[in-house]
Design a protein around this ligand. Structure first.
Ligand code: IVH
Length: 709
């Protein structure tokens, strides 16, 4: 009571002092020369700040692929700036930004036709106003629109000359972008040649030159797979599929790019010569893109304003079921001639509009921060929230990513926090509502002990993740067993987390080999009427012994070894025993990535892991590939291959996989050690280096012949 009164009194004194101070300032201002009206000065200052802030976010988004704010917040900044520029035209800058994604280490190419951005809308009224404006400008009753999902990835322009792929270039600054052909060619659905005939055998228009425009993206499934793998090895997960797609496409090594399954979709064209082959409508263009064999998109058609709004809403409603990320709907005037008449502004065509979905965001109280223990011991902080609705579902937990993120955002227990669906799937805490923070809150101190086994946690410098170092930690054991029995590994149905928990608690399950030692009597002592389910479980355990080798390898939870690497190891080595006994050098000699090789060798250097391997083998788990699938080709063993340019009959990834499977090593760059340089179309500087170093150079046909042997 006393303190309440006291503080009220103090506030009063401060208010009075502030009033006197303010009136002094105001009086002084009255006499000061007023060359600039205060409002204009304020607006100019704000516009300057907004311009700098937008440029900063452009840099983060386009160049670093690591945005700090949501698209909605970014668009708000742009809108505010545009409003100020409309109010005071002299504030409008000469150039209109559409961002710039160009990075280091890539050759740049000029686009034949500029790559533009799109004007954005957020409301029904804006969509209807767009319809009305187009109707008025075309003075036509017969207008139609295509309504397409707006893929959330990064824009790409792929040039085909006489139907052959010659290069792929990112949007860059709209005029010139980074050449990423090799990286794009890791996408298997991207044809190296356009089809010349449709399914009925009719000849398709084949331009001498065409830039097909589209979007490179990652499916939600692939995004989740990559993040699972990262979390399993103790790396912080990526926040959004778009950032991951952008980061992946801008990798310097196409072998690295190939590890992530990028996808591409096409929805337009830039330059197309001769002009006589340009389709008359956007609909025909979509059909042509697909007839050429390029991946296209599903769209709707709308004529009236009502139809248009309803199509936008329909796509919005389907959004949650789409397997790829979208951030809106793109509306395009259908007729090419009408498009041409309407023209374009500095940054966007006048005949198209992007209706952007708003990111769903909720505010709720953070009740507690708990730690989840991963199978490799990574401790992931989780926000325990007061239940809140977000995007149609009730949320009680959200990701806090890692210790550094909590510190960076200064997230404290008791705070009101903002929750968003990151990449539209996993909710994440994106920030704190500082206005609602209470004075008694304290900085969050990351626990020093593992919540499951009380071992002292360790933080490796330079790494965001904090680990529990105890390999026998029951929480880690539980996670590893859950992983081994999951359908991504040997799949033992009916072996749920609750049952695993009981068995781990009793000490009957310490590692995956223990699964094969479980006895019927032992399981029956767990109580309840469980005879039937116990027999089913034992049958499922028995069945799992026939799982493919790569599934067994995947199930071992070897750091850095996910499903893709497990397949690679199984195909190259044929037997689990061979993998387990291979030295780091032997692994690398067969083309296993450097850090993976180190991790695998490390894992099997531990006695307990060797014991697990021996025990699952003697339990009768299949640990060999069927003989016929083991590849041996002595012409390739140990030989070093480098590829350059575009191969026409198979993708670079396929080619690399084939030679690796045959025992050769694939490198990115030519050196004196290189045995063969395989040259495709448009081979670049590697060819010159190979000539200088007298490396054997073979073309695609010779390469195929060699493979055939
Ligand atoms: S048409 C001249 N259609 O959105 C018109 N763009 O914000 C150029 N995008 O740069 C774009 N899906 O990267 C178009 N169905 C679609 C799209 C789409 C995604 C991207 C594209 C563009 C950005 C504009």
């Amino acid at each position: 009571m006393m303190t309440g009164l006291g503080s009220k009194f103090a506030r009063g004194v401060f208010a009075l002092a502030f009033y006197f101070l303010l009136s002094d300032v105001l009086n002084a201002a009255k006499w000061a020369p007023q060359s600039v009206p205060a409002e204009l000065a304020r607006d100019a200052q704000r516009a300057e700040w907004l311009t700098a802030e937008i440029a900063r976010h452009d840099e983060l988004y386009f160049k670093k692929a690591a945005p700090e704010i949501s698209d909605v917040a970014y668009d708000q900044l742009k809108r505010e700036l545009r409003a100020l520029q409309e109010k005071h035209p002299h504030l409008a800058s000469r150039e209109t930004r559409i961002g710039d994604d160009r990075g280091e280490g890539f050759a740049t190419y000029w686009h034949g036709e500029r790559m533009l951005s799109l004007n954005k809308a957020y409301t029904e009224a804006e969509v209807r106003a767009f319809h009305a404006k187009i109707a008025a400008q075309t003075k036509s009753e017969a207008i139609a629109f295509t309504v397409e999902p707006k893929y959330d990835g990064l824009a790409i322009s792929v040039t085909y000359e006489q139907g052959r792929l010659v290069r792929a270039v990112t949007r860059g600054n709209g005029l010139e972008g980074d050449e990423v052909t090799e990286n794009l060619l890791t996408i298997l659905s991207l044809p190296r040649e356009l089809r010349r005939r449709d399914d009925e055998g009719k000849a398709l228009p084949l331009p001498e030159l065409v830039e097909v425009r589209g979007e490179v993206y990652l499916s939600f499934a692939e995004f989740a797979r990559i993040n699972d793998e990262r979390e399993a090895v103790g790396e912080a997960p990526f926040a959004h599929p778009r950032n991951l797609a952008a980061g992946t496409l801008k990798q310097q090594s196409s072998a690295e790019v190939a590890k992530r399954k990028l996808e591409v979709v096409f929805y337009g064209v830039g330059v197309m010569q001769p002009v006589s082959v340009i389709p008359a409508t956007q609909r025909e263009l979509h059909a042509l893109i697909q007839a050429w064999g390029l991946p296209g998109l599903a769209y709707r058609v709308a004529k009236t304003s009502d139809e248009l709004w309803s199509a936008v809403q329909t796509i919005g409603a389907e959004r949650g079921r789409l397997p790829f990320p979208t951030d809106g709907v793109v509306v395009k005037l259908d007729a090419t001639a009408q498009q041409r008449k309407l023209g374009e502004s500095d940054s966007a065509p006048n005949w198209a509009l992007a209706y952007k979905f708003s990111t769903e965001r909720a505010e709720t109280r953070l009740k507690a921060i708990t730690l989840q223990v991963g199978r490799s011991g990574v401790l992931t902080p989780v926000a325990e929230l007061e239940t809140v609705e977000l995007g149609g579902s009730k949320i009680t937990r959200a990701s806090l990513h890692n210790r550094d993120e909590i510190a960076r955002k200064d997230i404290r227990i008791g705070d009101y926090v903002f929750v968003e669906k990151a990449g539209e799937i996993i909710p994440a805490v994106v920030g704190v509502n500082f206005a609602r923070r209470t004075t008694d809150s304290a900085k969050f101190v990351f626990p020093e002990k593992c919540p499951a086994c009380q071992a002292e946690v360790i933080a490796i410098s330079g790494e965001a993740a904090v680990h529990c170092p105890n390999a026998e930690c029951p929480a880690q054991v539980q996670q590893r067993i859950e992983h081994f029995v999951s359908k991504d590994c040997v799949e033992i149905s009916g072996f749920g987390p609750a049952l695993i928990g009981k068995l781990v608690a009793r000490g009957w399950l310490k590692n995956v080999a223990d699964i094969y030692q479980l006895e019927r009597e032992q399981l029956l002592t767990l109580g309840g009427n469980v005879e039937k389910s116990t027999d089913r479980l034992l049958a499922a355990i028995e069945r799992s012994k026939g799982a493919s080798l790569w599934r067994v390898i995947h199930g071992l939870s070897i750091p850095q070894v996910g499903a893709v690497t497990s397949r690679e190891l199984a195909a190259k080595f044929g037997r689990l025993e061979v993998v387990a006994n291979a030295s780091e050098e032997a692994l690398r000699a067969r083309g296993v990535d450097r850090s993976v090789a180190a991790s695998v060798a490390d894992f099997f250097a531990k006695k307990e892991n060797q014991t697990v391997v021996r025990r699952i083998m003697s339990a009768g788990v299949a640990t060999e590939l069927p003989q016929s699938t083991v590849v041996a080709n002595s012409a390739f063993t140990g030989k070093i291959f480098v590829f350059t340019g575009t191969l026409l009959t198979l993708s670079r990834t396929d080619a690399a996989d084939k030679v690796r499977a045959a025992g050769a090593i694939v490198r990115d760059n030519v050196s004196k050690q290189t045995d063969y340089l395989v040259v495709g179309v448009n081979g670049g500087s590697k060819l010159k280096t190979a000539q200088e170093l007298s490396v054997k150079i073979i073309d695609e046909a010779e390469f195929l012949q060699l493979l055939g042997k």
